[in-house]
Write a protein that binds this ligand. Structure first.
Ligand code: F6R
Ligand code: ZN
Length: 204
């Protein structure tokens, strides 16, 4: 890890950073239980453990004062009628925000608070999204090419994946008549969201 100022390049079309420290690859198995069409999920998995998204991180200390940053690439595709997406998470320190800049592709960020408020914002090249403190976030690729975003968030934020794993986000992004549509997640209860939160620290 460098402790002097540094730069790196993000070059089209791939946008893999010219330097990075961690490369995380998320496949279908890491999304077990998250797609609403369980039969479609199992059928797809039987054909192989498809790569859904990748994250390139620059290593910085996970402490207050630092800004963690990197590139997220969600590949195009669907499980049944539901688009490829990230696991999604709350930050363990709930009062921490995040900023995303979309570099390529077409998609949305699905967000919600422990109180049950929700929001879906479009991600298109050049668009900047501010995710305020308290909002869980998941990127969804609704297009036909890679969805590439640059993200930055406080070093002490941490990741709580467990709360989302329990019942998903309140809203799902599915394809209807060839177009993305926001629909209710039948698995989402809305009860005890705050009580159910649990911290997990690193990306998991
Ligand atoms: C960090 C953050 C992004 C995501 C990345 C992958 O707080 O929001 O770096 O970690 O887009 O998504 P997850 O972590 O939900 O698998
Ligand atoms: Zn985050």
């Amino acid at each position: 890890m460098l402790d002097i100022p540094y730069t790196f390049e993000l070059n089209a079309p791939g946008f893999v950073p010219s330097r990075y420290d961690n490369h995380i690859r998320r496949t279908l198995t890491s999304m077990r239980g998250q797609y609403h069409d369980v039969a479609a999920y199992e059928a797809m998995l039987a054909g192989g453990d498809a790569l859904l998204y990748e994250v390139y991180e620059l290593a910085r200390p996970h402490e207050s004062g630092e800004v963690l940053h990197g590139i997220s690439i969600v590949h195009p595709g669907k499980v049944g009628d539901e688009y490829y997406m990230t696991k999604g998470h709350f930050h363990t320190v709930l009062e921490t925000a995040e900023i995303y800049i979309c570099l390529a592709g077409q998609g949305v960020m699905v967000m919600e608070t422990p109180e049950g408020d929700w929001s879906v914002e479009a991600l298109t090249p050049g668009r900047v999204l501010y995710v305020p403190p308290r909002w869980a976030h998941r990127s969804v690729n609704t297009g036909t090419a890679d969805l590439v975003t640059l993200f930055a968030y406080p070093g002490h934020a941490g990741h709580d994946y467990g709360t989302i794993e329990q019942q998903g986000f309140r809203k799902l992004l599915v394809e209807r008549d060839g177009l993305p549509e926001i629909v209710d997640n039948p698995r989402w209860g809305g009860e005890d969201r705050e009580k159910g939160r649990r911290g997990e620290g690193e990306k998991g």
